[in-house]
Write a protein that binds this ligand. Structure first.
Ligand code: NAP
Length: 297
């Protein structure tokens, strides 16, 4: 068997068309959607990622401001920046980019992002609302996984999905999004041993760990759909996922590539969420529901 490549490009294209429509509506009203990305690192791969968001925003007609506080920014400075941006009427979406300076508690900081502008679902309120099925922006990466599965018409209701990784930005919100779609979900983490016990029976396996080659063909069942969320930069500069592609391609029915899979869709979703937040700020009930219950209806 040779797995199909589930590329992110057609999914991102559809999301960009939706974003374009929202931008046009906002412009007719004299409004420009605004996104602020707060950065406090000198990690080159992160800065590259932030620049790629800014470029995509520019193309989409979303005004993007990168607020670079430097790698030695303190918690107070970060909190006051997030508080100011939350009150700024020209800013509709706020992202706090990780990694943060050592010793700074990210969980404390994200609570200072206004829930209405929390376009990457980082504020604990957003995850709480998602958990109980209320309107909220889901973290873009978690939603990107579901958008890809739905685009390629991978059935979820009644299927067993194994998610490897339980972080607040990927694994936990993805659990909620999958439960809302009636999947049966196993969430694995570093203490789930042996991992194949939890992955080898699943119809869909999502790898979101941050370890190259963690998931091999030996860990998945024949015909499984495998979604690779991992983004790892090797010493030679190559970007690879968590899935070992050669052995997995021989066993799985479908696999997302890295790069060109989940990451592509994540960026498109951040911009879509920003335009939805801008519409809502203007009093329109733009649906962010695609991230919540009943989205696939
Ligand atoms: P994270 O916060 O470090 O979480 C990693 C998770 O993996 C943890 O739950 C950890 O378990 C689990 N884990 C570690 N070793 C494991 C093992 N041997 N077996 C099973 N589980 C294991 O990472 P993250 O922020 O979720 O990111 C995960 C990956 O996704 C990274 O490569 C990141 O770069 C990538 N990512 C991609 C995008 C995108 O747009 N494509 C966006 C965000 C993140 P414990 O909880 O027990 O520690």
């Amino acid at each position: 068997m040779t797995a199909h490549r589930l590329t992110g490009a057609p999914v991102a294209q559809r999301l960009r068309a939706e974003t374009d429509g929202n931008v046009a509506t906002l412009r007719r009203r004299g409004a420009v959607p605004g996104l602020a990305v707060v950065v406090a690192t000198d990690h080159e791969a992160t800065l590259w990622y932030v620049r790629s968001i800014a470029r995509a925003a520019d193309k989409a007609g979303v005004h993007c401001t990168v607020v670079d506080l430097g790698a030695d920014a303190g918690a107070d400075e970060l909190i006051s920046t997030l508080t100011l941006l939350s009150a700024d009427e020209d800013v509709h979406g706020i992202i706090l980019q990780t990694p943060l300076p050592p010793g700074v508690d990210g969980d404390e900081l994200v609570a200072h992002i206004s829930a209405a502008k929390d376009v990457d679902g980082a504020n604990p309120l957003s995850l709480g609302r998602l958990t109980v099925g209320q309107e909220a922006f889901a973290p873009a990466t978690a939603r990107a996984v579901v958008e890809i599965l739905e685009h390629y018409e991978v059935p979820l209701a009644g299927r067993h999905v194994s998610v490897v990784g339980r972080s607040t930005v990927v694994g936990k919100p993805l659990l909620q999004l999958l439960l809302q779609r009636d999947a049966t979900v196993t969430v694995c983490h570093s203490r789930s041993r042996p991992l194949e016990r939890y992955t080898s029976e699943a119809e869909v396996v999502v790898a979101a760990v941050g370890r190259p080659g963690l998931l091999t063909g030996a860990l998945v069942r024949a015909g499984a759909v495998v979604i690779d969320v991992g983004t790892n930069v090797l010493d030679n500069g190559d970007l690879v996922g968590d899935v070992e592609p050669v052995s997995t391609t021989e066993v799985a029915a479908a696999l997302t590539p890295v790069p060109g899979g989940v990451g592509t869709v994540t960026t498109a979703l951040l911009l879509l969420h920003t335009t939805q937040a801008a519409l809502q700020a203007g009093g329109e009930t733009a649906s962010v529901r695609a991230s919540g219950q009943g989205a696939s209806a």
